[in-house]
Design a protein around this ligand. Sequence first.
Ligand code: CTP
Length: 410
Amino acid sequence: MHSATPDTSSPRIVLGVAGGIAAYKSVELLRRLRDAGYFVSPVLTRDATRFVGEVTFSALASEPARTSLYGDPTTPIPHTYLGQHADLIVVAPATAHLIARFAMGLADDLLSATLLASRAPVLLCPAMHTEMWEQPSVQENLAVLRRRGVLVMEPSTGPLAGGDVGAGRLPEPDDIFALVEHVIHGYRGPLSGRRLLISAGGTREAIDPVRVLSNRSSGRQGLALAEVAQRLGASVTLVSASSLDLALDVVRHVDVVHVESAAQMREELLERAEQNDAIIMAAAVSDFTVDPAPMKLKKDDGVPTLTLMATPDILSDLVARRRDGQVIVGFAAETNDVLANAVAKLQRKGVDLLVVNDVSAPGVGFEHSTNEVIILDKNAESSTVTLRSKEAISYEILTRVASLLNQGAP
Ligand code: CTP
C-alpha cells in the first residue's frame, strides 16, 4: 500500500460538503482556500453529489474529491487518513442531518466518519430552511457540539431556496474563509483577554433551615453565557445560585462561586466587580427576604406569618461603582407591557444593555432551554433575537458586549 500522506507543509483542510442547495457555494470557498495556499481535501456526502459535481471539486482541490468510505485507490482507510492529517475540518454546508449524525457520534459515511476520526478543530457552517434551523432538535444538537468545542458559524438571514426569506442561509464564502484563517492562525475570540463576571440562577432566601423562598429561574441562560464567553476567549467568573452547573461541563472551564441568598450573591459580586471588564447580571435575584427562623417551623405551632423585607438591588450597586470602560448588562423578566416596562427598567438601572424576556411567552425564559429576547441598548434602541437555544442567545449578547468593550464603553 502506498502512503496517501501528501508531501506538503501547507495547512491541510478537509472541506466537507453535505447535501443542501448551498453546496454550490462551497465550490467558491474551495477556490478561495486553494488560492490562499491551503491543501484542501474535499469530502462530499452522497446527497451533496446530487447538488454539485464531484468532478468540479476534484478539478479545483489539492487531491481528488472523496465520496465514500470504500474503494479509495490511495488508502483503504480514508476517514483516518483524512481525520489524522487535517489541521481543520470545515463543513459547508452542514445540513440538519449531518449535524445530528455528528452530535450522535454516527459514522455511516465518509464525512461523518472523518469527523469522528479527527482531533482537529471543526468548523460547521449550517445552512437550511428557517423552520429546520429553529427546530429545538437542531439547536440542541448544535449546543451539544458547541459544548464539545466545535465552532459553529451562525447562518445569515436572507433569501432561501424556493423564494422564502429567513435565517438559515450559508454565509458568504469570503466570510467563511475569513473565519477559517482565524482558526488556522490561532483563534482569538472577540473576548480574548477580557474578564467577565456573570451571575446565574435564582437566589434562595431561607425561611428556616428547611424551607426557602425562591423563583423559577434554572440558571441555564447564565450558564450558557459563561460557557460561550469562555469559548469566545474571556476569563469568566460565574457567581451561581443554580445547582445545574454541577451537572454541566461549564465548571471545568470557568471559575464558579456558589451562593444561595441575594445577600451572598451581592457580597461575592461586589468583591469581584472591580477586576472585571464586563458584568452580566443574568441571575434572578430575590426581591424579598425574611429573617430566617433558627429551627424548623413546626406545623403544630400554627401557620407562621412571614414578614418580607426588600433585598438591595445588586445591579444598581454595581452600576453605582462601575469603573471606567466597564460594560454592565442587566436582564429583565417581564410578563406584561414588556417593552414599556423594560425601557423604564433600562433607565432606572443605568445599564449598557438590557436583555428582556417575556417570561409568559411559550418556550421563553424560566426552565426552558430556548429563549427569545429583546436587547435594548443604552438609547433604548431595541432588537429582537427570535426563539433559539440559550447558547445562541448568549452569542448575540456577548458579541454586543465585545463590541461595546472595543468601543471603550460607556
Ligand atoms: N436584580 C438585582 N438585584 C435585585 C433584583 C434584581 O441585581 N435585588 C437584577 C437582576 O439580576 C436583573 C435586573 O436586576 O439583571 C432586573 O431584574 P428584574 O427582576 O427583572 O427587575 P426588578 O429590578 O427586580 O424589578 P421588578 O421585579 O419590579 O420588575
